[in-house]
Every structure is written in C-alpha cells, then in structure tokens.
Design a protein around this ligand. Structure first.
Ligand code: UDP
Length: 323
C-alpha cells in the first residue's frame, strides 16, 4: 500500500515507517518536527514538513499523494503536561486531527489506523482491560484521544471511513535504527537509562503508596516493533474496530528499575517522590481481540528484552538524534 504516516518522525511513527518499508509498502511521512526528528525518518520514505493545524497543506498533501491508507501518530502525548495545559491536548489531538480526516474523506482515502491509548480507560473497573471495558479518562490526554476515537466512529458511520483505533499500553524499546528520544524526556525507561548512562543522578519513583503489590504503579510495556506489526496488520482489518495492545503482563516501576539494573549493570539509584497527577495505579491490556481478529503475534514477551533493545540504541546513540 501507499501509506501517509502523520507523525512518522516521532518515536512510534518512526518504527512503524521502518516496518512498513521493510514489508514492501511505500511511505510518505508528514511531520511538523515540533517533537519529532528529521533523522528519525527512514531514508527510504518521502518526507513532507507540515503541521496538521495547517488545513490547506493537509488537503494539498492528501490530494497529491494517491494514498491507500493513513496512519495517524501525530499528537501531544504527555499525561503530566496535559494536566497543566489541557487546551494544547484538545487543539492538537482533536481539532488538528479533524483536518486530517476531513481531507481523507474529501479525497477518498478511507482507511486509517489511529494511535490511541490505554489512557482512554482512566481507572478501569476491571483488569486486564478489554476493548469493552468502560472508558472514563482521568486526564486530558486520555480524554482527547477518546474524543478522536468517537470522531472516527461517526466518520465511519457517515462517510465510510474505515478505522482501527489501536490503544497502546506503554510503548517501549527500540528498533535497530530508531529509539526513544523526547526532549524533555518524561518516560520511565529512557529516564532510567539516562541514569545508567551517567547523564542523570537518580530515578524518581512517582509514588510508592498505590494499592499495588509493591506500592509503585503497574504498567504493561509493549515493544514498538510489536506495535508496528499491529499497525501493518490493521491496514487489512476487515472492518472498523478498537484493539488494546499490550503483553498482558504488568510490571511495577520498581520492577522495571530492577530489570534495568540487570541489563545495564548499573546500580541506578532511586528516590521516592509524591504521586504524579493523572497516573492510574494499574494499566494492563487484554489483547485477545488483536490476536484473534488481526492475527497479531507480539514477539517481545518480557521486559528484559525490551529494555535491552532500548539500552543498545542508547549506547549506540548517546545523544539521541542530536547531532
Ligand atoms: N514514572 C516514574 N518516574 C519517572 C517517570 C515515570 O515513577 O521518572 C512512572 C509514572 O508515574 C508511571 C510509569 O512510570 O506510573 C510510566 O510512566 P511513563 O511516563 O513512562 O508512561 P505513561 O504511563 O505516563 O504513559
């Protein structure tokens, strides 16, 4: 297929672009480079610099591209920031996304794979989380992604836009070429690896008084190559749907730190800090539907392998994408 990848210079978008190209698809990356990096765009992809806020530009790219499908990764994605600046999340993730789906409908590109998130569930009433679990976000980031899921539902009903909303749990790890490099970095695994690499003194554990086995938050860490596989399979999904993507294994912040100590051989000092606003205690996926309907077969079942891939990328790219 000829695929338009919005946000293909970001962490997950870059891995999916590489994966699509490795599997014989053509890719045009559309990215503002506000948080992404030009060097994170696979050299085999076409690159268009642009922002989804620029409706005219989005329509022009869609008109000229002759795309078969769209993958939409471009978004603001930090829970903590969304609790301070919710407007940024609704503008970026809802209003700007509308420009994309309006252009898709206008030019008949009626197949979209959307980056959604476990944050749409909030503090769910069942664990692991199924697609049918009630969605009640507890932060603006999750709410903005849920809004866009609903927009896709109505664009499907009214305009026949087929969609797959992929709800990632905690994306982690690196491919051979591309890895995680946010600035500033707020995510657990890359921050831990900064400590192991000596660029940060300690990791802060945000809360050890949650109602979890060791008191720290439990998450389901899923390798970006497994996410990439799900995106490619979702292009051929028979009908619109939602899929939760995780391993089904929950690991606490403390367990991740311990696994990183083993992988890196570094003591990784940790200190306990107050809870971070907007963090649920547990997020673990039930991904049965993705396995059954999409034929998804995640390859990375344990966190050590995920952290190893991230550590390898970090050692090979100590400054990330900075020249
Ligand atoms: N976390 C932490 N210290 C950090 C960064 C994150 O304790 O320096 C915790 C955070 O509170 C959450 C988990 O690690 O429980 C994963 O956070 P991350 O920001 O990586 O992903 P999120 O779950 O917010 O998408």
């Amino acid at each position: 297929m000829n695929v338009l990848v919005c946000g293909g210079a970001g962490y997950i978008g870059s891995a999916c672009t590489e994966y699509l190209l490795d599997h014989g698809h053509s890719v045009t990356v559309f990215d503002s480079l506000v948080t992404g990096y030009r060097d994170a765009v696979d050299e085999r992809a076409e690159f268009v610099l642009g922002d989804l806020a620029d409706r005219e530009k989005v329509f022009e790219v869609m008109k000229n591209g002759k795309f078969d499908a769209i993958m939409h990764f471009a978004a603001a994605s930090l829970v903590g920031e969304s609790m301070v600046n919710p407007g940024k999340y609704f503008h970026n993730n809802v209003c700007n996304g509308l420009n994309l789906v309006d252009a898709a409908v206008e030019y008949g590109v009626l197949n979209i794979v959307f980056s959604s998130t476990a944050a749409t569930f909030g503090e769910p009433d069942e664990m692991p989380i199924k697609e049918t679990t009630t969605q009640c976000p507890i932060n603006p980031y999750g709410e903005s992604k849920l809004c866009f899921e609903k927009i896709l539902h109505w664009y499907n009903k009214v305009h026949g836009l087929k969609y797959a909303a992929l709800r990632y749990f905690n994306a982690a790890g690196a491919t051979g070429k591309f890895g995680e490099n946010h600035n500033p970095e707020t995510h657990l695994i890359p921050i831990i690896l900064q400590v192991a690499a000596g660029t940060r003194e300690h990791i802060m554990i945000y809360g050890d008084d949650y109602d979890t086995p060791d008191g720290s938050c439990v998450r389901d860490y899923i390798h970006i190559l497994d996410l990439a596989q799900a995106h490619m399979l979702a292009l051929d999904a028979p009908e619109s749907g939602h899929y939760n993507l995780g391993t089904g294994n929950g690991l606490s912040v403390k367990e991740i730190i311990e696994a990183a100590r083993e992988v890196t051989g570094h003591p990784i000092p940790a200190i306990i800090e107050p809870r971070r606003a907007g963090d649920p205690a547990f997020l673990i996926a039930d991904s049965t539907r993705a396995r059954k309907v999409l034929g998804w077969e995640p390859k990375y079942e344990n966190a050590t392998a995920v952290i190893e891939s991230a550590w390898k990328w970090r050692c090979e790219n100590p400054n990330g994408y900075a020249k």
